[in-house]
Design a protein around this ligand. Sequence first.
Ligand code: GLU
Length: 558
Amino acid sequence: MDYKKLADLLLPEINSDVTEIENKYPDRGLDSNAIVTRFAPSPTGFVHLGSLFASMVAMRLARQTNGVFYLRIEDTDKKREVEGGITKIVNALSKFGIYFDEGFDKDGNEFGNYGPYLQSKREEIYKSYIKSLIEKGLAYPCFCSPEEIEKQKEEQTAKDLRVGYYGTWAKCRNLSMEDIEKNIKEGKEFIIRLKSEGDIEKFIELNDLIRGNLSLPENDQDIVLMKTNGLPTYHFAHVIDDHLMKTTHVIRGEEWLPSASLHLQLFNIMGFKAPLYAHISTIRKQDGPSKRKLSKRKDPELSMEFYEKEGYPIQTVIEYLTNLANSSFEDWRKNNPLAPLEDYNIRLDNMSVSGPLFDIVKLEDISKTIIANMNTDEVFNLYNTWAKSFDADFAKIIEDNKEYYYNIFSIERGGVKPRKDFSKWSEVKNYISYFNDELFAENLVSGYIFDNLDTRREDIINTLQNYLSLYNENDNNEEWFDKIKVITDKIGYTKDMKQYKKNPGNFKGSIADVATFIRITMTNRKNTPDLHRIMIVMGKERVEKRIHMALEFLNKMQ
Ligand code: GLU
C-alpha cells in the first residue's frame, strides 16, 4: 500500500511535516524538577469539589517547583459545551484561589505562549500529526457507519465477546487502495482510526506517582483518532497537546486510569516522551457502614456553591482539601499553626489510593481555627462580603452601624487564645444577633431564659438593681468583677466556687449565678464571649436599657 498516496487522498490540504509546529513550542527552559501541568476540562462550566481538589493539587505542585500550571479547554466533544463555559470554570476556580499561568482569564481572554489553549482551534495541528501517522501506515480510514458499528456491538454482546473495533472486527483495517478510492469517490464519510499493534494479553507498565507500579493491559482497539467532522477525539488531541505544551505531569481523576494504557501507547507511537502520571482517587464519604463517592444528588457539599452559600472562607476549603490530599499535613499544621498554607509542600506519594473521606465536622473544625486566627479587619470584611450576597438585610444593618459591629467582631479576637466560635459566615448572625436591639427584642418575645424564676426572681431583681447603681462603663475587667463579687455578697450568694460545687445545697447560689443573671439580661443566652467586653461594646445606654427591660419583665411577673 502506498501510504503517502493514501494520506494525500484523505487529507489533501494538510502538511504532514510537523517540524514547523514543533518549532513553535520550544523547550520551556525551566529547572529540571519543575512541574508543568494542566487542568483540562471540557467547557461544561461546571466545577465541583473533585475538580477543585485535582486542580488545587496540580497548581500547588507547579508552584512548589517554579513550574507552570495551565488551563486547556478540551472541546472536541461539542455535545459537552455550555455557553460561557470557559469563564464559568475560570471564575469558579478563582473564587477558591486557583489561578492559571497560561490559558484563559476571567473574561475568557486567552494568554500564554503555548496555545491555542482551546482544542477546537488546534484542528490543523492535529490533522498534521494524523496525516504523518497515515503516511507511516499507523492509521487508516474507516467507512463503517454508526449503524454498522452498533450492529457489530450487538453481535459481540450476543456472543459474549469484548465490544469494540479490534482484530478481525476491525473491518476497514485491510481495505485496499481501490476500495478506499471507490468509497471516497462515492462521497462516503470516513473517520481515521489508529492501527493498534497492542496485544490485550500483554501488559504495559505505568509508574503512577500516587499508585505506584501498575501493569495495564495493552490497548488492541483501533480507536478513533479523527471524527467525521475533522476534529480529533480527546485521546488523540490531549497527547499532541501535552507533548507540545511540554506537560511533565498529568494529574487527573482516577476515572482516567483505564485510558492510561491507550494514552501511553499513543505517546509511544507518536515518538513522544510520555509525561508522568498521577491519578487522584475520588473523594468519598462514610454513609452508614459503607463508603461511597460523593454524589451530585445526595451531597450538596460536592458543589462549589455550597461553600459559598454557607460562607466557608476560601482558606478553609483549601486547607481542608490539603488535609484530604496529604495525611502528613495535619502534623505539619500542628507544628506550624500560623504558617501560610503555601509553606507546606504537597506530595503525590502521600495521597490516598483508596480515596480520601470527606468529613464536614472536620472541615468545620479547621474553619473555626482559621477564622479564630484572622484579625478583626479580615473577619469584618469577609463577613460583610458574604452578607452582601447572602443576607442583604443584615448587611445593611452592619453598614449603618459599622463601628458598633466592628467592635462586636473584635471581641476575643487577636491575643494568644482567640475565641473559636464561627465556622462559617452563615452562622455569624445567630452568634451576634443579641447585640442588635430589634433582633434582641424579637428573641424576647418567647421570654427570658432565666432558670427557676419562681424561686430566684427576687435575687435576680436584687442583682440587677445593685448592678445599676454600681455599674461604671469605664471599669476595667478587675474592677468590674469586684463589683460582681460585691453583689454576690449582698444577695447572700457565695463567691467560693469550690465549696459551692462540693455542696450546692448549702448555698442560695453562687457568683456564677450572679454573672448568669447579668448575662441573660444582656443577651438572653447562657453562653457568650466575655461578658465584660460585651457590655463595653454595647455601651452604657444599651446596658442600662436592657437592665430596665429585664426588671420590667420580672416585676410584671408578681
Ligand atoms: N478532558 C478530560 C476531562 O474532561 C481531561 C482528562 C485529562 O486530564 O487527561 O476531564
